[in-house]
Design a protein around this ligand. Structure first.
Ligand SMILES: [Zn+2]
Ligand SMILES: [Zn+2]
Length: 390
């Protein structure tokens, strides 16, 4: 008999608002959306941030046994947790069926989430009428303290400390337990206890880590979020196996998140910073949690000194060719020093000489597009940012 396996995918990890700043690209800019496929095939979606669109665009990969049941848990109604709904293509297909779970907000009353749907799609906020949403939708109200089963999985909810309320979800599958606790500020004794119950012994604890411990004590106090340090403390208290830092601040660059992660790793063995595209497998062989990153996002930038021949078109439309040195190379792009001023968004051919084995030189031809021009960085040189397209 093979051991049951659950698969947890991160489609959106950014808090508050999506970011498209290249400095936030590696961890990702989409707002919260997670997907958990339980061993029995049940599909859970946690939150409907902009990451939901990405999940929707990869919908319908063959799944033996027909349509899986999809259960969508919405923690609360702040924009970053609902704004993916109108862009979730599977909602417009008749054969799909979704079960939505969320709480009755005192600001919205009965059928809160249903009202959110209608408000989001109302004119003039969205061009498509609600009637185009053909998928079957069932709405269920839940509240903190509820417990129910879906397939072989046990779900528990708890209130968290967040402006206008927020629910945390715990999903116990035969392959392991995931506790999802985003948008929570520690410091309320009763709600802190409720969070500990939610996270007790979890294999994966996904915890709000938007702010630094300093910000949490000072300028961001009362904003409804947490820090890596609080996450580590909680993970220790409840004996969680792996901590995932989540809901990254839109102002946190990849380097900032790297640093938060580094600090957390000094104090707790198994910590990851949630990253768009990250997949964590629970269960299977061994006790270790296996995390994978999509190849495109794991490529590191490297300091390099490759000699290169560059040919392209200048601002004035003149062809040029020159020899230079390529620095800071990655699979995505490079920063190249040129004397010619290339046209922004034009194509550059970059031939790089790479020192091969046994000192033999070989060359590498790359096609790139000019995405950035920084004249005057160095005397007589123009720094040109290139994104490689193949
Ligand atoms: Zn949020
Ligand atoms: Zn919120």
């Amino acid at each position: 008999m093979t051991a049951p396996i659950a698969k947890l995918s991160f489609w959106g990890v950014r808090g508050s608002t999506p970011t498209v700043d290249p400095a936030t690209w590696r961890y990702g800019g989409n707002t919260p959306c997670l997907e958990l496929i339980a061993p029995d095939g049940t599909q859970f979606i946690l939150d409907c941030g902009t990451g939901l669109r990405m999940l929707g665009s990869r919908w319908g990969t063959p799944n033996s046994g027909g349509n899986p049941e999809t259960h969508i848990f919405v923690t609360h109604y702040h924009w970053d947790h609902i704004q993916g709904i109108p862009f979730f293509a599977p909602l417009y297909a008749e054969n799909n069926e979704f079960h939505f779970y969320s709480f009755r907000s005192k600001f919205l009353g009965r059928d809160s989430l249903k009202q959110v749907f209608e408000a989001q799609m109302a004119l003039p906020y969205f061009p498509v009428d609600m009637s185009a949403m053909n998928a079957k939708r069932k709405f269920k109200e839940v509240q903190g303290g509820d417990s129910f089963t879906i397939g072989e999985n046990k779900i528990t909810t708890r209130w968290l400390n967040h402006p206008q309320g927020c629910l945390g979800f715990r999903i116990e599958t035969p392959a392991g337990t995931v506790a999802y606790a985003t948008d929570n500020e520690p410091g309320d004794p009763k709600l802190d206890e409720s969070l500990r119950e939610l996270a007790q012994g979890a294999d994966i604890l996904i915890n709000d880590a938007q702010f630094t411990p300093d910000q949490l004590k000072t300028t961001r106090k009362g904003w409804g979020h947490s820090s890596w340090k609080e996450g580590v403390k909680l993970a220790r208290e409840v004996g969680a196996k792996t901590l995932v830092l989540f809901h990254h601040d839109p102002d946190s660059t990849d380097r900032t998140v790297d640093s938060l992660l580094r600090q957390a790793r000094e104090e707790f063995d198994s910590v990851f910073a949630a990253s768009e595209g990250m997949v964590i497998k629970l269960g299977g062989t061994g006790d270790d949690v296996q995390a994978h990153m999509p190849g495109a996002r794991t490529s590191l930038r490297r300091e390099a000194q490759f000699r290169a021949k560059v040919s392209g078109v200048t601002e004035e439309g003149k062809e040029f060719q020159e020899e230079t040195v390529v620095r800071d190379i990655s699979l995505q792009g490079a920063l190249i020093s040129l004397q010619n001023l290339p046209q922004l968004q034009s194509e550059l051919q970059v031939t790089m000489e790479t020192p091969g084995e046994d000192g033999l030189q070989s060359s590498m031809l790359l096609k790139g597009y000019v995405v950035r021009i920084d004249a005057g960085a160095e005397k007589g040189q123009i720094a040109v940012g290139v994104v490689f397209t193949d």
